[in-house]
Each structure stands twice: as C-alpha cells, then as structure tokens.
Design a protein around this ligand. Structure first.
Ligand code: ADP
Length: 187
C-alpha cells in the first residue's frame, strides 16, 4: 500500500492481481480481454485497437459466432497479437444505474474468467470494460471489476495465475489504484 492508500498489485494466495498502464494489444499474456459490442461487429476504443493489431482472423471468427448477449463473453483466436486467445466480453451501456448495470458488468468479467479457465489460461490481461464509449462511471466500475476478479482468484479451482488490468490512461489507472487500495484494506 502506498501513502495515499493506492495499490498496484495484490497477492491472493499464489495468484496475483496487477494494475498496469498501457496498450493491451502490446501485452503478452495467454489471453486478452476485449470490450466488445453484442453483435461482435467491431467498434472503436479497445475493440478497434484489438482488431487492427490482431488482423482479420479475429473478425472472421466473430462473424461465425454471430453475437454475444450483454454480461457474457466469447472466445476467438488472437490472430497476430502476442496472445493465444481474445475473450470478447460485452459490458452494459450505462443507462443511469437503475437498469442492472452493476450486475451486468460483474457478469461480463465473471464470464470472461470462466472462459479463461475453460481454455486453461494462466495469464490474462483485461481492459476496463464499459468505461469508455459505454459511459459506465469509472469510480463505480473499478471496484466492481476488481472485486469480481479477486473473488475468482480466491477460488480453489482456476487455471489463472495472474490477471493484469491494462489501463489506457492516467484517469483510469488512478481510479483502479484507489479501488485496489480499498479492496486490500477490506473495503
Ligand atoms: P466500452 O464500449 O465497453 O466502453 P471502450 O473501448 O470505449 O469500451 O473503452 C473501454 C476502456 O478501454 C476505456 O478505459 C478506454 O480508455 C480503454 N482503451 C482504449 N483503447 C485501449 C487499448 N489499446 N488498450 C487498453 N485499453 C484501451
């Protein structure tokens, strides 16, 4: 823990939850998460970056799968990316907070973690789902994201050894550092 109550990594048994600033398309891990839309149709933000860097093989598989409900996730190849899989999670669009957004966001992360386990993934990188174009408030999303991953890493049965949130800008990094500090302090 740092003096200001923020934190960049948390050990959970022999597993680890890490925060890093950067571009997820450059991150080496067994799998990377994507913040996709329910048609898996490609978009801007992290989704656009993943398709650009990974090449057309990812979209070809997305087309075959056809779509994914909000709160769920599907797996494709990672194409040219330095990962084996992309796990496309569909987070909720923010509608003011009364439309089940919190639970749908947690569910999008849970589904991603379950898919990762199903593929024997040991290292997973995740973006901050729903906090870009989908407008989910960062200060509310960060604790949900971190709590959901921490709960999963506490489970006896998971292939995951390290989950790294790769956060694109200072504002997002600061919100996650604060939330991780609170989580570690039991909040
Ligand atoms: P959503 O539609 O789910 O809100 P966005 O892609 O618009 O998804 O934003 C989700 C988060 O991904 C935002 O915090 C945004 O800053 C971040 N982001 C955008 N590009 C990248 C990237 N290359 N690597 C990691 N995060 C990224």
């Amino acid at each position: 823990m740092r003096g200001d109550g923020t934190l960049r990594s948390l050990r959970i048994g022999d597993r680890e939850l890490v925060l890093e600033k950067g571009d997820i398309t450059r991150h080496k891990a067994d799998a990377i998460g994507n913040a996709a839309n329910s048609r898996l149709a490609g978009g801007g933000g992290v989704d656009g970056a993943i398709h650009r860097a990974g090449g057309p093989a990812i979209m070809a598989e997305c087309r075959k799968i056809g779509g994914c409900p909000t709160g769920q996730a599907v797996v494709t190849t990672a194409g040219n990316l330095p990962a084996r899989y992309v796990i496309h999670a569909v987070g909720p669009v923010w509608r003011g907070g009364g439309a089940g957004e919190d639970e749908l966001l947690a569910s999008a992360y849970r589904s991603t973690l379950e898919r990762a386990d199903a593929h024997g993934v040991e290292t997973l990188a995740l973006p901050s789902i729903s906090t870009g174009v989908y407008g989910f408030p960062l200060e509310r999303a960060a604790p949900i994201a971190l709590r959901t991953v921490a709960e999963h890493l506490k489970k006896g049965k998971t292939s995951l050894r390290r989950v790294t949130f790769v956060l694109f800008n200072d504002e997002t990094m600061a919100a996650y550092e604060k939330a991780l500090g609170k989580l570690a302090a039991g909040g």
